[in-house]
Design a binder for this molecule. Sequence first.
Ligand code: IPM
Ligand code: MN
Length: 356
Amino acid sequence: MSQSKKLKVAVIGGDGTGPEVAAEGVKVLEAVCSAEGIPLETRDFDFGGDRYLRTGEIVPPGALEDLAGFDAVLLGAIGHPDVAPGILERGLLLTLRFHFDQYINLRPVKLFPGVQTPLKDKGPSEIDFVVVRENTEDLYTGVGGFLKKGTPDEVATQTAIYTRKGCERCIRWAFDYTRKRNKTKKLTLVAKTNVLIFGHDLWWRTFQEVAREYPDITPDYNHVDACCMWMVKNPEFYDVIVTTNMFGDIITDLAGILQGGMGVAAGGNINPEPGGTSMFEPMGGSAPKYTGQNVINPIAAINAAGMMLDFLGEAKAGAAVENAVVKIINTKIKSLAAGKMGQGTRQVGDLVAAAV
Ligand code: IPM
Ligand code: MN
């Protein structure tokens, strides 16, 4: 019955509750692939804080080459209480995003029916937009340094790097995505052109130029501060947002809570080029205090697995995951918050797997 090509998925559980939620993502992947006749191979990679503390290695030699042999990566979470902030984030997460040139961070913001949003009088028809976050430049490049560190005259710089190539490929992808999504066909650039008069001028000019090639898409612009206000007041204004890496990081936490919180919010780090390696992840962190208790919500990781299927050309399987999630949220889960689901992490995975 199978005509699908085999999917090879690398699984990096990572830190804290990451391995627990990634395992439920894999459970659902296995169930849906078996139901849809898609051959699937997964392999676990034990990268993260524990391995780093044990061996001093974050990404071991040869690992990037190994990962390149997979169709995609499913990531749990990064961040370990015994490792200083920045080491694992830069050494693992950002290393993968940059090495594989995953220049799109795609973060859908969709309130599923039956899910609570903190916004009064807003429901699934108002909260349904997508953030396209540039994922390889900006303040994330690590360009900067100290002068006279530790003295009263200390200077620290952290430089936002923007390139024409980097913003153009992201903006162009966002226009194409808005066209394919085919909803209100509006693409909003979110930046801060009134203050970042160099870097965001480059974004602004590039956006205007590329917009001319897409007469069917309405180009729109918000300053990032105003965007935060509108996202809460009138989220229905948005169809697709394209934004810089740092602003995209910030506004997608706000957006994530509008769709029911970190228990459901998922994203994809995408290299859209042929043969590119993309990586899908729940947006929430490693939640160390819940580790190993079978209480964390795995839905975001399951949604990440669904996005991965969709991206890899298995749209039917991706939709089956989303439908199963909506069904289980509405019938079997009391709350999406950790410890309040009325089900354990593994049970939620079992329920979704049974429903795909
Ligand atoms: C995210 C996270 C990461 C980011 C951190 C963990 C480096 O907050 O994926 O949004 O800032 O991109
Ligand atoms: Mn973030």
